[in-house]
Design a protein around this ligand. Structure first.
Ligand code: BES
Ligand code: ZN
Ligand code: MN
Length: 487
């Protein structure tokens, strides 16, 4: 049978940097918006009114440049927005040419404004690379898309910009792989598929061990086994290691890998349940991040763990009221089988800390609906036991276009985590995002730890900035950039 899915990882377009315009390939230009005062004249090029707003792209049929993309006020972030909108417009133009019997162009040239700095170019590259991302499972040929963008810069800027574009390409590839994995439907994406795919794409510098249900049983991963027990597709633990020589720090990454979340016996309502195919987005970000970190050969040791399981309903499903023994021995009283993420993360956190002895720990998870309510769909929730680590996450995110907001580990609720018939309560009373984080903290052995709750920004219904509908890939770039900042 033909593989019904697009290839993972998706191939992204290439960006070249050059010092001059070449004849033949169509041209695009970037313009900042005219200042917002009465004096400034509206821009007009080739008879077309140009707003200059970031995200607006106008086609100028008779112009020297076929596309004019607005840059708004010209801040770096606007370049990402402009790049994404431009690549969408270029692909639409390409499809139009082909529809009208024309030849598909492969290359577009984009003239950089004089004032574009390295930071602007990085943002622009992220937008160009990710804005045209598309996940479509189809029986038809894929729509044509532009293969190369040639950035035209000052000769003296070419070497620096080339270097920055190559780094941005690794960051974008991490985001795109996260999107691929999270978008893959759960009829394909079993825990074994996720593990095999992680191993296949990891790259030469990352070692991958896949632990199956027998190993998990022998080792006592009670949380993973409880959650995965209701599904006919058995759980896996994905273990990835990148160990460069001379690394000063060792970072442990743990990602929630629920390949589908029905809620289990505490079943979810039908409306929106289909979205739970992206409930391994944190795990995907962790897989893609270690791949990107290794591709950049960052001098940081990284271990990535993804406990992968399907939370399903059957006669072997775990129940509310069960008491589950995690890796390492601590027990949890189950209150709601839909709080499965923390169950699998608890095992993986303890295992990762005991087995690998890291200096710091970061987990990423689509953990709570409460976080969507708190921060909306474009900001990640950040909980941390260490203020330096929290600041590093926020700063790393800001450099790569992902916004994080620090949430409190409010001590007043910590006693709610204490169990009655077991050590800890899975679903303590209190605010959902915070109490979930307080539950996880019980398994972090006092290490500097950050918990990233990405239930909100991991998916989108619309285009914005570099994001397209479906899985967004949120957190992958932050994790790569965080590792870079530890180096
Ligand atoms: N995967 C969900 C959280 C989620 C909800 C992610 C919506 C993305 C969008 C998680 O497993 C879950 O079901 N959490 C419960 C916990 C509750 C039962 C304590 C929730 O948030 O309702
Ligand atoms: Zn879940
Ligand atoms: Mn759930």
């Amino acid at each position: 049978m033909r593989n019904p899915l697009p290839p993972v990882p998706t191939s992204l377009l290439d960006i070249e940097v050059a010092g001059d315009l070449r004849r033949g390939a169509p041209v695009a230009r970037l313009v900042t918006a005219p200042a917002d005062d009465v004096e400034s004249e509206p821009l007009e090029i080739g008879g077309v009114r140009i707003t200059g707003k970031a995200g607006d792209v106008q086609t100028v049929p008779a112009g020297e440049a076929r596309w004019i993309a607005g840059l708004g006020n010209g801040e770096p972030k606007q370049y990402r927005k402009a790049g994404a909108a431009l690549v969408r417009a270029v692909n639409a133009g390409l499809a139009d040419d082909v529809d009208h019997g024309g030849k598909a162009f492969r290359v577009v040239q984009l003239v950089l404004p004089e004032e574009a700095s390295g930071e602007h170019v990085t943002e622009l590259a992220l937008g160009l690379l990710l804005g045209g991302y598309k996940f479509k499972v189809t029986g038809e040929d894929a729509a044509p898309s532009v293969r190369t963008v040639r950035l035209v810069a000052h000769d003296r800027a070419v070497p620096t910009f080339t270097e920055l574009v190559s780094r941005a390409s690794v960051l974008a590839a991490s985001t795109a792989l996260t999107r691929d994995l999270a978008n893959t439907p759960s009829n394909i994406k079993t825990p074994a598929w996720l593990a095999d795919t992680a191993a296949r794409v990891a790259g030469p510098r990352v070692e991958v061990a896949i632990r199956d249900e027998k190993w998990l049983t022998a080792q006592g991963f009670g949380g993973v086994l409880a959650v995965g027990g209701g599904s006919s597709r058995p759980p896996r633990l994905i273990e990835m290691t990148y160990k460069p020589s001379g690394a000063a720090k060792h970072l442990l990454l743990v990602g929630k890998g629920i390949t589908f979340d029905t809620g289990g016996l505490s079943i979810k309502p039908a409306d929106g349940m289909h979205l739970m195919r992206t409930d391994m987005a944190g795990g995907a970000a962790v897989i893609a991040a270690i791949r990107g970190i290794a591709a950049l050969e960052l001098p940081v040791r990284v271990t990535a763990l993804v406990p992968a399981a399907e939370n399903h309903v059957s006669g072997s499903a775990y129940r509310p009221g069960d008491i589950v023994r995690h890796y390492g021995g601590k027990t949890t009283e189950v209150g709601n089988t839909d709080a499965e993420g923390r169950m699998v993360l608890a095992d993986a956190l303890v295992y990762g800390i005991r087995r690998f002895n890291p200096d710091l720990v970061v987990d990423a998870a689509t953990l709570t609906g409460a976080m969507k309510v708190s921060l909306g769909l474009r900001t990640g929730g950040l909980f941390a036991t260490d203020s330096d680590l929290a600041a590093s996450v926020v700063e790393a995110g800001a450099r790569v276009g992902e916004a994080w907001w620090r949430m409190p580990l409010t001590e007043d609720y910590a006693e709610n985590v204490r169990g009655e018939f077991g050590d800890v309560r899975q679903t303590p009373a209190g605010p959902g995002g915070i109490t979930a984080a307080l539950f996880l903290r019980e398994f972090t052995a006092g290490l500097p730890w950050a918990h990233l709750d990405i239930a909100g920004p991991a998916r989108s219904e619309k285009n914005y900035d570099d994001v397209v509908p479906g899985a967004t890939g949120f957190a992958a770039r932050t994790l790569v950039e965080l590792a870079a900042s530890l180096a």
